[in-house]
Design a protein around this ligand. Structure first.
Ligand code: FMN
Length: 394
């Protein structure tokens, strides 16, 4: 499906037009007052760039090597559960698009398509996101499946001891499976293509072994699913245990402080994703860009640092890399692309970001990602970029 949106913002508006409100809000919304959701985006706007001129930027390269595999751009796909709500192709469309763009796709544990259904479509690194579950046999079972499916890296999400309250979902009565209130039903009926795309109803492909395959079963096993998603008693010992089970690259996702970065590195992680779950968990935490410098400093080269949250422009990617991230991940942008145009829409989202990164490199006077450091940030007196560990109180 041809997609013409000139920016991720336009892609978001396309998605909004194509999806019923409850589906769009599930993707687009955040926790509570959505302060952190908005700040993730706004933080990028507070940072200014310092271009250098006359530096021969005729040839530019944004490839990078991450955990031994080459990626064609420093933007990866973040794990998002229930992707079918955004579009028919769901996770399979996402992994195919990531392959076409030459970047990694992270499959959520709570994906609709099973690992085994997604893996054959992979032509770039496939990563798997995992929650720290109380029942360890569930984890070891999934890790066995991950090995068989050729998963390259494991990403353990740690910012869901309980599930955040997404107020838009509460207002819309968004439940899985869909139980339509009259007000919502009218809106859904105005989107017959979306309604058709929800049949057959989405499943939780990775939880088959747990007897929770369909959202209907999930509702019947609500307590179990909550246990699978949120494990309030999890500790660093659980992460250390996962490290013992998984021989490949291991990342922790959901770190915002230097202290937690230190703990994670002591557990043997290879990578840290600075993330606030896209503003869907604790509202009022800092934007990820503001949290990034302290984590980069704490990691001190001992682990790769990645960032997600609010990346909507190539210049956002450049700013995150200049502040020390090796790469970024995008959550909502891939789902907007999926809603707007299926697999082609996801490719379009990634290609928009690629072309924006390329243009930003040229205009900054850089020919590769290695050139992106503090020197490309504008240090105005009293400006955001001047603050030591941007976002810190001063
Ligand atoms: C609809 C949706 C579902 C998500 N599901 C998961 C999930 O299952 N596991 C996870 O670790 N993060 C999940 N996330 C968070 C993303 O991985 C990522 O941290 C966030 O979307 C980044 O912010 P961005 O959307 O502004 O790019 C989800 C995000 C969205 C929008």
């Amino acid at each position: 499906m041809p997609v013409a949106a000139p920016t991720i913002g336009d892609l978001r508006r396309d998605a909004q037009r194509r999806l019923p409100r409850l589906a769009f809000d599930f993707v687009d919304g955040g926790a509570d007052d959505e302060v952190t959701l908005r700040d993730n985006v706004a933080a990028f706007d507070r940072v200014r760039l310092a271009p250098r001129v006359l530096r021969d930027v005729a040839r530019r390269d944004q490839t990078l090597e991450l955990f031994g595999r080459e990626l064609s751009l420093p933007v990866l796909i973040a794990p998002t559960g229930m992707a079918r709500v955004a579009g028919r192709g769901g996770d399979v469309a996402g992994v195919r698009a990531a392959g076409r763009a030459g970047t990694a796709f992270t499959l959520s544990t709570m994906s609709n398509d099973a690992l085994e259904a997604v893996a054959p479509h992979t032509t770039a690194p496939l990563w798997l996101q995992l929650y720290l579950w109380p029942r360890r046999e569930v984890v070891t079972g999934l890790l066995d499946r991950a090995r068989r499916a050729g998963v390259h890296a494991l990403m353990v999400t740690v910012d869901v001891p309980v599930i955040g309250r997404r107020v838009r979902d509460v207002r819309n009565g968004f439940t899985v499976p869909l139980a339509l209130r009259p007000r919502v039903a009218a809106d859904v009926l105005r989107h017959p293509r979306w309604l058709r795309s929800m049949y057959p109803p989405p499943t939780f492909g990775n939880l088959v072994a747990e007897g929770v395959r369909t959202p209907g079963e999930a509702l019947a096993h609500a307590e179990l699913v909550t246990q699978l998603l949120a494990h309030p008693a999890a500790t660093w010992a659980d992460l250390r245990w996962v490290r013992e089970q998984w021989e490949g690259p291991l990342l922790i996702k959901g770190v915002l402080t230097a202290a937690d970065a230190d703990e994670a590195i002591a557990c043997g992680v290879d990578g840290i994703v600075v993330s606030n779950h896209g503003g869907r968990q604790l509202d009022g935490v800092p934007a990820t860009l503001d949290a990034l410098p302290a984590v980069v400093e704490a990691a001190a080269g001992r682990a790769e640092v990645l960032l997600d949250g609010g990346v909507r422009r190539g210049t956002d990617v450049v700013k995150a890399l200049a502040l020390g991230a090796r790469a970024v991940l995008v959550g909502r942008p891939w789902l907007y692309g999926l809603a707007a145009g299926g697999e082609d829409g996801v490719v379009h989202a990634l290609e928009l970001l690629r072309s924006e990164v390329d243009r930003a490199l040229a205009l900054l006077g850089c020919t590769s990602l290695a050139g992106l450091d503090a020197a490309v940030l504008h240090h105005a007196v009293g400006g955001a970029a001047e603050r030591p560990g941007a976002g810190a109180a001063w």
